[in-house]
Design a protein around this ligand. Structure first.
Ligand SMILES: [Zn+2]
Length: 330
């Protein structure tokens, strides 16, 4: 029988199930990464393969299995970090924007049939929050929020030392809070969501919009006049070179993220905000306007002492979160 952790008892001591090693898998739109991880969060072996997501679920699942075999002889429980929305109780991926063709895929069950070990499946951003809490920037902090700013914007909430999961396991979807009711369309079908205003693609889109209006910017030179080559990374590079447009676009993205964080502070009263994901590598370009907006928009008693810091675990945050979900502490 497939063993799933009941989310109703995720928190506190109960969810810490095993003391030995675990095989963690981070299923991303570009890369599948796997690792054998011990209870201290030390990575004992690792492997990766390109996802080649356009080939559809079956070949991708075969590559996941190969990545697991690369790091394990098959005795350890398997814990998977995957993009959502997904059902952590049933181990089913409902759909995933970066994984074409994935609809209601019972991934945990498929892997359990192959490896005959317990298999756990959770949202990657929720697991990242657990990882930072257990092994990273949030150690010893009881109330924190993790945000990932990447192709999309996701989040995970630790409240009183517990991962907040919600009624359907879908809590923490911070990227879909509405900040501009008439704002740009979001990948989810909504409008003016944080993700549609401040994700990597949103930053690139803003730059292209301004270039098409005739803005003078070094972004044009960096992409050799080809708008389809504009990415958040290119905009960050231009901003670091002092380009005014690129700087204003990062300021705008940081403003919206800061606005979102101010909303979250008022609802959840965390003491720490951790920001990861590829776009967060822009550093102060993004963090300065975020901090300034939180300072301007949150009420004094709630913002006092709140730290806003970068992720401490970088690209391993999904793997370590998957491990943290099943490993017994101490
Ligand atoms: Zn949305």
């Amino acid at each position: 029988m497939t063993v799933f952790i009941s989310y109703s008892c995720i928190i506190g001591e109960e969810w810490r199930q095993v003391k030995d090693n675990v095989v963690a898998v981070d299923l991303g739109g570009t890369l599948i990464r796997s690792a054998l991880i011990n209870e201290k969060g030390e990575i004992l072996a690792r492997a990766k393969r390109e996802t080649l997501a356009q080939e559809g679920p079956e070949p991708v699942i075969e590559r996941i299995e190969a990545c697991i075999r690369d790091v394990s002889k098959g005795a350890e429980p398997i814990s998977i970090a995957a993009p959502g929305p997904l059902d952590p109780w049933k181990g089913i991926i409902h759909q995933a924007p970066n994984l074409p063709g994935w609809r209601e895929v019972p991934l945990a069950d498929i892997l359990h049939r192959t490896f005959k070990v317990p298999v756990y499946l959770n949202n990657d951003a929720n697991l990242a929050a657990l990882a930072e809490h257990r092994f990273g920037a949030g150690q010893g902090v009881s109330d924190l929020i993790y945000l990932t700013i990447s192709t999309g914007i996701g989040g995970g909430i630790i409240s009183q030392g517990r991962l907040l999961v919600g009624a359907k396991g879908l809590a923490g979807e911070v990227g879909h809070m509405t900040l501009e009711p008439e704002g740009p369309p979001c990948g989810c079908g909504g409008r003016g969501h944080l993700e549609s205003l401040a994700s990597g693609p949103a930053i690139a889109r803003r730059a292209v919009e301004e270039i098409e209006k005739g803005a003078e910017t070094s972004i044009t030179r960096l992409v050799e006049g080809e708008p389809s080559k504009v990415t958040a990374k290119v905009v960050a590079q231009a901003a670091q070179e002092g380009d005014p447009l690129a700087n204003s676009i990062f300021k705008e993205a940081g403003f919206y993220i800061g606005l979102g964080i101010a909303n979250l502070l008022h609802i959840l009263n965390p003491e720490l905000i951790i920001i990861g994901g590829g776009v967060s590598k822009a550093g102060d370009l993004l963090f300065d306007p975020i901090r300034a907006t939180v300072e301007a928009r949150a009420i004094l008693s709630i913002k006092e002492g709140v730290k806003i810091v970068p992720s401490a675990l970088g690209d391993d945050v999904g793997l370590l979160g998957a491990a943290a979900f099943v490993l017994k502490a101490g």
